[in-house]
Ligand binder design. Structure first.
Ligand code: CA
Length: 224
């Protein structure tokens, strides 16, 4: 039986323009009323996931910065990784390449976001790896993270906090920054708009997209 659902936001609960599916909100509320703990795991910043938690009414802790930071139910914020290395690397590369900070960095504490020209991606990726950092594109933004700072880390924090096992956990996501949690021996579902790599790792791929799959996924797993 599924007791915990960890969900991505952009492209999983929203459409391409980032408008949230109202059907998804209804399904989340229904699952929560049946005792399921729901969490959001986003690449976005903590003020954004905090707002989603409050206004949707998410009952579990929520994570920003791809799992590097958590807003908990007791209003505490936990920063699991430092932001110093990522900030220093971005400052250095901004002088040498087209890598540039994005405006949401003012609210980032455990990573940085950036824009970059395609021609510089492989050089920056190599330099980042030399320093224990990782870059990836979520489909909505480029992210510079500390190694090990990802959604699999966040799911493990949730499982430990609530004493929930792999077989009682469902993850839902659509793109590359969701891959780490799709490597865990948990239940894994995705919308029809997911990337090929997520599709390959999924246990269940819905025929619905952009948030409208949540009702279908929750029904498939007996949550609603
Ligand atoms: Ca996504």
């Amino acid at each position: 039986m599924i007791k915990l659902v960890a969900m991505d936001v952009d492209g999983t609960l929203t459409d391409k323009t980032r408008r949230i599916s109202t059907k998804a909100i209804e399904s989340i509320r229904k699952a929560e009323s049946r005792g399921v703990t729901v969490s959001l795991l986003s690449g976005n910043v903590i003020p954004v996931v905090y707002s989603l938690k409050v206004f949707i009414g998410i009952n579990g802790p929520v994570f920003g910065e791809n799992g590097g930071i958590m807003f908990d139910n007791d209003n505490s914020i936990h920063t699991f990784f430092p932001g110093e290395k990522t900030n220093a690397f971005l400052a250095e590369m901004s002088k040498k390449t087209s890598m540039k900070p994005i405006f949401t960095n003012k609210w980032r504490e455990a990573s940085t976001g950036f824009d970059i020209d395609e021609k510089d991606v492989e050089f920056v990726r190599g330099e980042a790896e030399k320093r224990g950092l990782v870059i990836f594109n979520s489909g909505y933004s480029w992210h510079l993270m500390n190694k090990g700072e990802d959604k699999a880390f966040a799911v493990s924090v949730l499982m430990k906090k609530f004493g929930i096992g792999y077989d009682e956990t469902l993850v839902v996501g659509d793109s590359e920054n969701d891959l780490p949690m799709f490597e865990l021996p948990v239940h894994r579902a995705s919308p029809a708009n997911c990337t090929d790599s997520i599709r390959r790792k999924s246990e269940y791929v819905s025929e619905f997209s952009y948030g409208d799959e949540i009702q279908d996924v929750f029904t498939h797993y007996g949550l609603i």
